[in-house]
Design a protein around this ligand. Sequence first.
Ligand code: ZN
Length: 187
Amino acid sequence: MGRVDDLRTFIYRIDAQDRITFVNREWVEFARENEASELTPENVLGQPLQRYISGWETRHLYELIYQCVREKGREVQVHFNCDSPHLRRSFRMRLFPLDRGALEFSIQVLEIKPVLPRPILDNTIEHSAEVVVICSWCKRIRIENGHWVEIADAMTYRALFGAIPPKLTHDVCEDCFSAIRRQLDDP
Ligand SMILES: [Zn+2]
């Protein structure tokens, strides 16, 4: 299976109170392509960004990142995955300080790779009442022994193929948390 290119840059900005002040056309397109067509400029502008971030651990980590960019007045880069059921998508997010505590997020695709369907990521189908934890950054799943594994491995481990997939709740795995902390602790 080959690689798919996406050369778009997705840009949004927040003010000093973390309210969304700008989204570019590509960002709106991306939301529409990913079953989030309610994310129009009319709906999101003026809203707190944290409203759109799932999981308190993830929100907390984002707050640490904003704080670092504002206090140090320098760019911070983080990598994350934003997968769809059929695609593994790796992104690089760059955060820049703007005037008066505002921040700009500039997100580019590093790699998009088709993968076997992962119904657990499909929001358009029915999910069971069972809940499993996914890392917001790397999209690995936590299994019983506390290990984080790729979704495909988790599906094998838990025999999720064929059954109704469980719901997801978001957290941050130890690897992602320390990788981001290291970025932020750099002078
Ligand atoms: Zn992770």
